[in-house]
Ligand binder design. Sequence first.
Ligand code: PGA
Length: 250
Amino acid sequence: MTRKKIVAGNWKMNLTFEQASELVAVMEDRLSQSPAECEVIIAPPAPFLGLLAKRLESIGIAAQNCHQSEKGAFTGEWSASMLRSLDIPFCIIGHSERRSIFNEDDEVIAAKVKACDDHGLNTILCCGETLEQRKSGHQKDTVITQLRVALQGISSDSMDRIIIAYEPVWAIGTGETATSEQAQEMHEDIRAFLAELYGPRVAQFTRILYGGSVKPQNAAELFGMPDVDGGLVGGASLDADSFMGIISAA
Ligand code: PGA
């Protein structure tokens, strides 16, 4: 089975609305001249979602997070149903910055994945080990445990709306990338785990993205690995030239 690759840009908390609009305009223009072979997604800061969504033609849009509850007294938060009401089709859940800075544990992440699923959103579910966990040889059990808990409420029918992003924490924003062999090894383990949990069909169609210092210079090699189905890109997605360079490698 051929899986269509995805290149998703996680803007994190960067850019003014003016800069964001300019970046989107340049990207759309370039993609209209040379259409991407992969699916292209951007994840702008939440305040920009509704306005930017209206300007996108060939680019999909994702939120970077959502709250697990439907509604209520959660100042500063937004729900999956709100994203749905804005026609935002994707949501990133469980990014390592949410885990480490905002103390989201696997159970909270599981509830968020379930909330997205309940509202028909496509979830980009992030997982990844720290440097200590890798050094002590625990990278695989760390990642598999994260996924096992996060997917506990997800049926195999819902798996066509789940995208996994493997992002080793030590490679995020550090300029240090996992080697293509390290990425492939973990992606293969993740796919084997999906086969165990949901059967071979789900394992075969689920896209598993790599994230962590993806750049135009290393994208082709990473994306060339058999189980790497594209990338979740942070820093390099903030610049049209570098993001386009990554897109054309997919
Ligand atoms: P980076 O971020 O590409 O800047 O390393 C990746 C991510 O956090 O998704």
